[in-house]
Ligand binder design. Structure first.
Ligand code: COA
Length: 387
């Protein structure tokens, strides 16, 4: 295990910012990371930038160098695309580059502009993360695909719409004081159940929203961190795995083996196990996704994660707080920025300078879980307070 200190983090407020380009959103996030760390763009050796649908939303490809330039950096810059796991993968790539000993300072993160598109066009754009030949042609959208997974979960393991609603209520609760979150409003179970149906069993509040936003983190080598007195928190474990893209090709619709394997890899890398995690940011693009995530990460047995929110176990005052940032549900989900935003929020939570830090003041080890599509790609990172 080689620790990769996080020298600085930043993210924009997530929400409807459709008039701002993805490059502007990334530049703002990177500017905050520079300010947070005291480093300057001249210190950066390489950039890894997550973005999923730039071609669709902005007619913009080749966005690695573009994003780096917007952040004031002249250095090798590469866009990483892995659907909603794009910036989680960018972070992992940066970690590996630092660990290889090739670079001392890497700027990672991502951005997405979505709300300049109509919901219909955005939904069609996001569907490009599914199998175009078989799923999209059959009419699958992401709310549709995850609703299939939710219905199958109910069939195999039980659980109810109310249990899913509790996930949304919890994550909205966590976001109330988070000024960077898209929705800073409390909701209750009745509001979730009474909301318009998006795709049964999901109503409006079972879904993450369309969002614009950027995220960034500066990862540095241990020597660089020692020399510059940086990095209260470090990435100590990382894992990534994949699965067959299309849902119908999977052995199970209620398990996410890519996440299971990515978690195992990250735990082994950090020399810990699921019981050591004090706080987690997981990919709750739909309420059922949080349930599948906490099972895949080993926090719950299969079929038992469904009541975690109902029982208060994953709430801010529960045994294992999940999505203290508000998660994708309430913080928002600008897809290419999400994995980097998880790192930004968790770093602040562990450092003690997040609005929800006080609730977990003893937390020393946290985890991020960032998934692409119906978890055909997944990146898990372990973060620890450096002692
Ligand atoms: N949760 C809570 N409120 C939401 C919301 C959500 N997910 N999405 C939109 N809203 C709110 C808006 O803020 C707006 O409120 P206002 O009237 O007070 O301003 C209202 O609902 C209508 O917003 P609008 O954008 O017109 O909603 P919509 O019906 O066009 O879209 C969804 C709603 C759920 C269909 C859309 O957000 C969606 O497709 N989400 C899923 C995104 C996705 O698939 N991401 C990838 C995951 S893998």
């Amino acid at each position: 295990m080689t620790r990769v200190p996080i020298a600085g983090v930043g993210m924009t407020k997530f929400g409807k910012n459709g008039e701002r380009t993805a490059r502007e959103l990334f530049a703002e996030a990177a500017g905050k990371a520079f300010e947070d760390s005291g480093l300057s763009p001249d210190d950066v050796d390489e950039v890894y930038y997550g973005n999923f649908m730039g071609e669709i939303a902005e007619q913009q490809g080749h966005s690695g160098p573009l994003a780096a330039d917007a952040a004031g950096v002249t250095a090798p810059a590469t866009r990483i695309e892995s659907a909603c796991a794009s910036s989680g993968a960018a972070v992992r790539h940066g970690v590996n580059r630092v660990r290889n000993g090739d670079v001392d300072v890497v700027l990672v993160g991502g951005a997405e502009r979505m709300t300049n598109l109509s919901t219909a066009d955005g939904t069609a754009g996001l569907a490009a993360a599914a199998d175009a030949l078989w799923e999209i042609k059959a009419g699958v959208t992401f709310p549709g695909a995850y609703s299939l997974m939710a219905n199958r979960y109910f069939h195999e393991h039980g659980g109810s719409r109310e249990d899913l609603a509790e996930v949304a209520v919890k994550n909205h609760d966590h976001a109330v004081e988070n000024e960077l979150a898209q929705f800073q409003m409390e909701i209750d179970v009745d509001k979730v159940l009474d909301a318009p149906t998006v795709c049964s069993p999901f109503g409006l509040f079972d879904c993450s929203p369309m969002s614009d936003g950027g995220s960034a983190a500066l990862l540095v080598s241990e020597d660089f961190a020692d020399d510059h007195d940086l990095g209260e928190v470090a990435i100590t474990g990382t894992g990534q795995d994949g699965d067959r893209l299309a849902l119908h090709d999977r052995v199970s619709m209620t398990r996410t083996p890519a996440a299971e394997r990515a978690a195992e890899m990250a735990y082994d890398d950090a020399g810990i196990g699921p019981d050591d995690i004090d706080v987690a940011e997981v990919h709750d693009c739909f309420t059922i996704a949080e349930v599948l995530a906490i099972e895949a990460l080993g926090f719950y047995e299969q079929g038992e994660g469904i009541t975690a929110a109902t029982n208060g176990e994953t709430a801010i005052d529960g045994d294992l707080p999940v999505n203290l940032s508000g998660g994708l549900k309430a913080k928002g989900h600008p897809v290419g920025a999400t994995g980097g935003a998880q790192i930004s929020e968790l770093t602040k939570i562990l450092r003690g300078d997040h609005v929800n830090s006080d609730a977990v003041s003893d937390a020393e080890i946290g985890l991020t879980h960032n998934a692409g599509g119906t978890v055909a790609s997944c990146v898990v990172n372990v973060l620890e307070v450096m002692n």
